[in-house]
Design a protein around this ligand. Structure first.
Ligand code: UDP
Length: 329
């Protein structure tokens, strides 16, 4: 079970897949999602099967494209999350699949969010009903906890759980600091708080072998939750009971999602400028760089950062006649 919501790994980056593969074996897994719309369960991202089921049609792939074209409201500039969907498939499908779901998830209308948010779920005209199309799609065979335990199992790594960075910042000596917490917290909110979305995860265990047909079911209508995920689909576990998680989005609580919209980027950019004045502190991750990144993007970002730090270190050593290592532990 994923305590902090379903994490489904997918990437096109071989380097990222191989890097994590040093710490885990993989279980091949392709995620499928159905959306509960008009009393039916239909595939999301919207595809040929979605349209045929929803409207009782039997359209070919080319006819589905015509269907979309006849309804699409073409925009000159695609700026918002509403533009992305309405431009591709028109207002009716936008309202059925995206408008209410997005309002629940973000407490904003899609017209108030960057295009990148709904662009994560692009419409198709074929029958591919996988949620992701990446080259590598797999789950850590023994779970993420096991993978991270292996990653942290090193004599130079000490972990202090339940410890806020602010509690120990003055106790721990460092030459280089890599900070993955919220960047606004690091700078004591000097430019104001960056908004994040949080989620209440409600876990239910049912006395049945399988509860739902796919790993996740989305609820883009009026239910108070956005989706349910049944972990057994992700893990392949066999058991006579099954556990589901319901997601109830909320404003307060642990920060899970940066909120991509221009006014928030303006605040973040001020923090980013401040961060640039601290040469020995490096910010990475969803919270450290206020980016709605997937797991693989965070891994890629952090591998690049590591290379940058190594580069800085070697430049420093080259110019330092005493050759003092700065990443000494
Ligand atoms: N979305 C939606 N309806 C859906 C699926 C997604 O409106 O059925 C929108 C919604 O705004 C959501 C965003 O697309 O937050 C990205 O969806 P994704 O499944 O990638 O979200 P995550 O898994 O990161 O929560």
């Amino acid at each position: 079970m994923h305590k902090y919501g379903p994490h489904i790994f997918h990437t096109n980056a071989k380097e990222v897949f191989d890097y994590l593969g040093k710490f885990t074996e993989w279980r091949p897994y392709e995620h499928h999602v159905l959306a509960s719309v008009d009393g039916q369960l239909v595939p999301i991202p919207i595809n040929q099967n979605t349209i045929n089921s929803l409207y009782g049609l039997n359209l070919s792939s080319a006819q589905v494209q015509d269907f979309f074209d006849s309804r699409a409201e073409k925009k000159d500039r695609i700026k918002t999350s509403e533009d992305v969907v309405v431009n591709a498939v028109g207002r009716e499908l936008y309202e059925k699949f995206f408008k209410t779901y997005t309002r629940k998830q973000w407490d904003l209308d899609p017209s108030e969010l960057d295009a990148s948010v709904t662009a994560r779920v692009p419409t198709r005209t074929n029958k591919d009903d996988r949620y992701f199309t990446d080259t590598y799609q797999a789950m850590p065979l023994y779970g993420y906890t096991n993978m991270f335990n292996k990653m942290l199992d090193h004599p130079n790594i000490k972990v202090m759980l339940g410890t806020d960075y602010k509690e120990i910042v003055n106790e721990v000596k460092y030459k280089k600091l890599i900070y993955t917490g919220p960047i606004d917290t690091y700078f004591d909110y000097c430019y104001g708080k960056l908004p994040y979305r949080s989620i209440d995860f409600k876990f239910e265990t049912y006395d049945t072998g399988q509860y739902q047909a796919t790993g996740t079911i989305n609820y883009p209508m009026s239910q108070p939750y956005t989706r349910t995920t049944e972990f057994k689909h992700l893990t392949g576990q066999k058991h006579s009971k099954t556990t589901i998680v319901y997601e109830y989005p909320k404003a307060e609580g642990d920060p899970y999602y940066p909120i991509p919209r221009p006014e928030n980027m303006d605040i973040y950019n001020k923090y980013k400028q401040l961060a640039a004045t601290e040469p020995d502190v490096f910010f990475t991750g969803r919270l450290g760089t206020y980016k709605y990144y997937n797991m693989d993007q965070v891994v890629a970002q952090s591998l690049i950062l590591f290379k940058k730090i190594m580069q800085l270190q070697s430049e420093f050593q080259d110019s330092n006649e005493y050759n003092i290592p700065i990443l000494q532990h």
